[in-house]
Design a protein around this ligand. Sequence first.
Ligand code: ADP
Ligand code: TRP
Length: 328
Amino acid sequence: METKEKTVLSGVKPTGEPHIGNYFGAMKQFVDLQEKYDESLFFIADYHALNTLHNADEMKQNIFEVALDYLAIGLDPKKVTIFKQSDIPQHAELAVIFNTITTMPYLMRAHAFKDAEAKNKEISVGTFDYPMLMAADILMYDTDAVPVGQDQKQHIEIARDTAEKFNRTFSDEFKLPEPLILKEVAVVPGTDGQKMSKSYNNTIPLFAEDTEIEKAVMSIVTDSKSPEEKKNPEEDNIFALHKLFSSIEELEGIEKRYKEGGMGYKESKEILIENIKKFISPMRERRKELEKDKDSIIKMLEENGEKMRERAEQKMQSVREKIGVSLK
Ligand code: ADP
Ligand code: TRP
């Protein structure tokens, strides 16, 4: 019999506007999972964002924006605890401890580090150590499941390895978390066909205004087939997005017309625009309403920060005892 409650946890970095790749790859799951788990913890990963964002005003604004995003997509503050990572300094403390049981070559195998290195980017120590802070975020609360996009899978594996290493080196303390990755939307393509990402300028923002949606969809890259020509839907970037926004019947209809010929890319884009508008507008309007009450959102974050800090402190007391720095 399961003795402990099932806990789901995930975090989003406050680095700017979320896009539909973030939503379908990760955030949408949060909303579904809040009903299924005994405890749902969703936080704003501000210390992770600090690796790329060194502007206090922007940071402050972005933190508030993520809280709004969480509520606008449908997270219910009665069912989930939304909090800010930096309100719980114990995360950083635990990351320092994890650093001491982790080797440099091990962290050098992380994709994020290798990508940055391949691009000859200047890598901060914080970026190199990113997976240790993330492991601390996850392991602090005896997390069972972590919903993320495909590109975060390795970070969850690192958290598991770190938990095992600690348990082996000292004694049993940490639960091993499982990643939750939706296979069918593992990678949402952007308007240029690459993975949708803030860094590639190929996004459709999750709370886009209608004109932004039109502009983004019209810019989707296609081949030069005429409307009459037969098309392979699996090779088309517009169709990849239809999969996310159409009903099954509508999708089958579009697929058939692609294969038989007779549907041009312009028409396909127009259908997509309408469906994206229908999907985004209620969330966008809800977000505008929530935005009016900034004070109550800040209060929620403060209260939850306090609650989670107490919980993290309890965990850390046990960790400090296990490593021998606590003299009691
Ligand atoms: P970006 O690449 O735009 O900077 P992040 O790295 O901040 O996005 O990703 C935040 C979350 O959204 C992660 O869980 C990530 O896996 C998911 N995600 C980001 N882009 C996509 C995408 N194109 N398809 C599916 N999931 C994505
Ligand atoms: N690294 C995640 C991202 O880039 C954000 C994150 C930080 C996170 N800590 C986490 C996600 C803990 C899940 C669990 O999207």
